[in-house]
Design a protein around this ligand. Structure first.
Ligand code: ZN
Length: 318
């Protein structure tokens, strides 16, 4: 069902492009990108003769899709100028060799996971990944990341806004790891520290403190058992990010660690807290009896202490 919907949407987008020239850049189909953030608008940096950068390389590769055979070296020389002006002429554009909004719009094509060839190479060059012209798992992952990071639907449909994010260097890419959030053609993806709100649930002792929903029942059961035993709930450290930790909060924690003013913290984008799958239970707020009991029994609810030097860090592994 999802694949059919995506295919239909892409077909609509392509049709718009072929029947109205460049309009798909300015006005992507609402049907195809109904949930694109309004803050994301397609705009492209201008590429000029004598430029020497990755944008030129994207242009060179994309021109290959129209039969222009160029060395994708990122150097905008006479060969690239001849190809760009010929392409502009073929599209009724001003033949000035300047790749501005209209030329970008005419040049780039929508892509999806079934795409291959020169246009995919251009995309890959923009994403900074291996350029092989095959829209495989690596491209899939990079597109999902950039769509996520720019507030777009993670659908692997490379339309105007995704192209704008790629070409416009708006890329803001964080780590990717396994989870059960976003199903693409090859994998499920999520982005550490950017969990969607509906994948996080408050814990019983404080509904504002969020944990991955799938682990909350076990966390609450462990907490309840702790309370039966000791008369109070587990002392989750007062910082709400002791459970789920956003990317920004990971940056903050890591900077404090580097500055010597905070606990050991993982490199941003890599912490299990960023998946909502770790809880810091304060060892300094527990008696040694309480700490020992928790360490001995947490596995009953799927929690393990697996970071050396962090006895307070409980990782949910079910
Ligand atoms: Zn921790």
């Amino acid at each position: 069902m999802l694949r059919r919907l995506l295919t239909t949407s892409l077909a609509a987008l392509t049709l718009t492009m072929t029947t109205t020239g460049v309009s798909w850049i300015a006005a992507p189909s609402p049907a195809a990108h109904a949930t694109i953030s309004s803050s994301v608008t397609a705009s492209f940096p201008v590429v000029r003769p004598n430029d020497n950068n990755n944008l030129v390389r994207i242009v060179q590769l994309a021109l290959g899709d129209y039969g222009y055979s160029l060395t994708a070296d990122g150097a905008y020389g006479s060969g690239t100028l001849a190809a760009v002006t010929a392409f502009q002429g073929s599209r009724g554009l001003t033949k000035d060799g300047v790749v501005g909004q209209n030329t970008w719009a005419a040049l780039l094509k929508p892509l999806d996971t079934n795409s291959s060839g020169a246009m995919v190479k251009a995309l890959q060059a923009g994403l900074g990944i291996d350029v092989d012209g095959s829209y495989g798992p690596g491209t899939d992952a990079a597109v999902i990341r950039i769509q996520w990071a720019t507030g777009q639907t993670q659908d692997n449909l490379v339309g105007s806004n995704t192209w704008a994010a790629v070409v416009g260097a708006r890329a803001y890419v964080h780590g990717v790891g396994p989870n059960q959030l976003y199903r693409s053609r090859w994998h499920d993806y999520a982005v550490n520290g950017y969990m969607p709100a509906n994948e996080l649930c408050g814990i019983a002792q404080n509904s504002n403190w969020r944990f991955a929903c799938r682990g909350v029942r076990d966390f609450n059961a462990m907490d309840a058992a702790f309370k039966v035993k000791f008369g109070h709930v587990m002392p989750v450290t007062s910082w709400s990010a002791s459970l789920y930790r956003t990317y920004a909060q990971q940056v903050s924690a890591y900077n404090n660690y580097l500055a010597g003013t905070g606990n050991l913290a993982a490199k941003p984008g890599t912490s299990n807290h960023g998946w909502g799958l770790a809880a810091d239970i304060s060892t300094s707020l527990m008696t040694s009896t309480e700490s020992s009991w928790l360490a001995a029994n947490a596995a009953n609810w799927g929690f393990v202490r697996d970071v050396s030097g962090e006895p307070w860090h409980y990782h949910y592994i079910r």
